[in-house]
Design a protein around this ligand. Structure first.
Ligand SMILES: CC(C)(COP(=O)(O)OP(=O)(O)OC[C@H]1O[C@@H](n2cnc3c(N)ncnc32)[C@H](O)[C@@H]1OP(=O)(O)O)[C@@H](O)C(=O)NCCC(=O)NCCS
Length: 179
């Protein structure tokens, strides 16, 4: 199922064809630097893919295969997903596609989707301290910093965005919902 499209991106359920680019992305230490910290082995990536990403998204809340329309290529996963009773925003792209505004485009579309189509009142996100690109995306979308959480080795900033604080989309073309 295609859930959403933006100017450059299309979001759909994962298929087995996405396995190879997914594993390549997860083997990249730079991609994994602020999410998990270490690259995933092929075996671990494939297990994760089959258990978490391949099953169809339920209730339209989950991480969607993200396709660069121009190249018809799988470039990562994005979405609003259930996390400890909250709706969390996530984005995760392969390195060749960084710094083109694509994650911002995806995040903006899913925030609008979450509020308008899913009827959410609040979307949250947690970012490891140091992941400046991710933090910048949240700031651009109007997320508000809530608190810093530390464990033995890492620190995370928690952010939230309320439906009322999220204004109409301005900079990107409006996201089109497929349903
Ligand atoms: C975080 C991530 C999604 C950003 O993707 P991206 O497509 O490069 O992001 P964008 O091009 O939309 O850029 C977002 C903003 O961050 C800035 N930015 C990008 N990389 C940056 C960096 N390394 N340091 C500081 N700012 C950076 C951009 O300039 C842009 O800000 P601007 O519009 O004010 O210029 C991508 O790096 C990624 O997938 N990383 C691995 C997974 C991950 O960390 N996910 C987030 C977990 S919380």
């Amino acid at each position: 199922m295609i859930v959403l499209e933006t100017e450059r991106l299309l979001f759909r359920d994962h298929t087995l064809d996405d396995l190879e680019p997914f594993c390549a992305m997860e083997a990249d230490p730079e991609v994994r630097r602020w999410v998990g910290g270490a690259p995933r082995t092929r075996e671990a990536a494939e297990r994760k893919f089959r258990e978490v990403y391949l099953p169809p998204v339920r209730n339209r809340m989950g991480m969607w295969a993200t396709i660069l329309k121009e190249e018809e290529r799988y470039i990562g996963y994005c979405g609003v997903y259930p996390n400890f009773g909250e709706a969390a925003l996530g984005y995760h792209l392969a390195r060749p596609y960084w710094r083109r505004g694509l994650a911002t485009e995806a995040a903006r579309a899913f925030v609008a989707f979450g509020f308008r189509q899913l009827g959410l009142s609040r979307i949250v996100s947690a970012v490891e301290v140091g992941n400046d690109a991710s933090k910048r995306i949240l700031e651009k979308l109007g997320f508000v910093w809530l608190r810093r959480e530390r464990n033995a080795t890492r620190a995370f900033d928690h952010f939230e965005l309320g439906a009322r604080a999220s204004g109409p989309e301005r900079r990107d073309k409006p996201a089109r919902s497929r349903d």
